[in-house]
Design a binder for this molecule. Sequence first.
Ligand code: G3I
Length: 318
Amino acid sequence: DRPLRQLAADDRLRVGTAVDMTALAEDAPYRSLAGSEFSSVTPENVMKWEAIEPRRGEYDYAAADRLVRFAERHGQKVRGHVLVWHSQLPSWLTEGDFTKEELREILRRHVTDTVRHFKGRIWHWDVVNEAFNEDGTLRDSIWLRELGPGYIADAFRWAHEADPRAKLFYNDYNIEWAGPKSDAVLDLVRTLRAEGVPVDGVGFQGHLGIQYGLPGGVAANFQRFDALGVQTAVTEADVRMIMPADDEKLRTQAEGYRLLLDACLRARHCVSFTVWGFTDKYSWVPDTFEGEGAANILDETYRPKPAYRALQAALAGR
Ligand code: G3I
């Protein structure tokens, strides 16, 4: 069996995974597969604001630095995740009493200090994450409420200034197919670029669930973004199901992974395909959706599932 990263190796496409730092430290098979199967990595949690600045003004980059060093040792690129988001913010920030001017300065510092800390070592940054509602309106968040919609352009400008060579992404879920939410993202990116804001790419998270049916029109939707001239990436692919798993569900899951990878392979500027963890042993899904799981490409004992075979076949058959 050739690892996914070898099958993909033509420097146009990186195959990545989100990495759980506890598993990386404590689970030797996990660590070995994370290094051998993938050519890029994304920290699942350790670059988020609550992890990096748990107390105001006290930065803790240790865990994130460990991942960056792991990646460098394994010839992997790093997708930085995430600079501006409504979730996983430290409580000093969400519970603090700040003026708008103070909050803008707090956000500017967070973006600038974090990007500068990793300068030259991050391939892609997810600069703004999940800023839209399903109906295409902007999501209510501390940033929208206090700073207005301009926080998005500001974040990209600050990030670019701190590391001009990193590629800067807008990242979201449920934008893999055409609809009000992906229309809104398309519009945002087109407008920002027309204004000279440094947005380089759009990340389609790719969190699917087979109980909803697999989405249609994904490849065509990727091509709408491709046509804007921005890079695209699948950034967090996983395909969950109602438990227990069975053969048919696993076959449908494999089709779900395959359709995301195919859409990426068919878009000229799709540069990476990342799974949100590679084993059912560690997954955010059962903690978030009761009764659901088995969302990853390897089972809890690291055995390949049909989804893994489908990715292998798609990469090999190009
Ligand atoms: O750090 C604490 C730890 O101290 C505590 O002992 C433990 C007990 O529950 O919780 C730990 O925090 C957890 C954190 O992950 C770190 O492991 C949180 O409870 C848990 O809610 C958090 O979940 C993460 C989730 O983002 C939070 O929104 C998931 O692992 C992570 O996979 C998920 O990732 C997001 C992407 O960033 C953005 N797109 C959606 C995706 C899935 O929700």
